[in-house]
Write a protein that binds this ligand. Sequence first.
Ligand code: ZN
Ligand code: ZN
Length: 363
Amino acid sequence: MRSTVAYDYRARQHRAEDRLESHRAEALLVTHLPNVRYLCGFTGSAGALLLARGKRFFFTDGRYREQAGIEVQSAKIVIHRVPLMDAVAQKVARVRLRSLAIESEHLTVAVRDRLARQLKAVRLRSVSGLVERLRMIKDAAELQAIFNAVQLGCWLFDGMLSRIRPGIAENDISAELEYAARRAGADGMSFETIVASGLRSALPHGRASSQAVPRSGFVVLDFGVILAGYCSDMTRTVHVGKPPAPARQMYDTLREAQQAAREAVRPGVTAGDVDRAARSLLRRAGYGRFFTHSTGHGVGLEIHEAPRVARSQPDVLEPGMVITIEPGIYMPGQGGVRIEDMVAVTETGHELLTSTRRELITL
Ligand code: ZN
Ligand code: ZN
């Protein structure tokens, strides 16, 4: 509920409304909570926003009366006593709308049916990604908020280096990291912290387990914080004990691939071009089949946003986008490595937001 920056909600609402015409809809019902937050500032866990021909209504229940009063901007607050969708339907009928766009990716079939039953004279138009496409381009205040979250992540990582040693359980590492994050002011973690040590480092999504860090091997630490609503995401792989030559070679190759992908980031290239920069380097080095996921993803109010940075992905990068660059190599029975940074696309290229060094750290 802390609001340190002023976002221009009215301008965002206008941009969303401008897109309605191409969907042949007079109004937009926003039910996905990160989209609701983006458009009017509400951070609670129950609510919906209706943008209807210059009129804006935010619906929530009595629990959020006070919070909505503090947070919601550029919309009239409606505290509903009937079920949320019934309240929305009543309003839609009162404003005499004939067509209503709904966020098809975020509305259950049951809720859609309920709306349709109550609004027989209204055409429901399924739209997908309308607000998400606006959210892809971050404004200056958002870029600052994301930078702050990334910097907190880097600071937390530095603090954890002295804690990673043989014998400590992965769960203890994640617990200490998350405690430190909350004490430093994080709203929470962006996702379940990944601590994958030894052979488990070959699991791309090795959530922290009760396993102890072995005497020698990689430890992959992938985590993010949410700070003032915005997510960070970073991965570093360290080696406990002296790395054998194949491990060092794997790491150094991955670091080159990660750098190649980062350097490919600039306006006008496609997300697929960035993916290919990492993938082709790993393929030439013989690790191609051990890179089993995409190179990155957008980050903002949510940890996974558009654009996806994946093979053949046609989205063209534009200034204001924030993406991760996170190739990895995973060799079952041996171990794995991943390096993940966040970068912002700028007018001339990109800005690297993650400041933690990428050389192999040996503990
Ligand atoms: Zn990550
Ligand atoms: Zn990520």
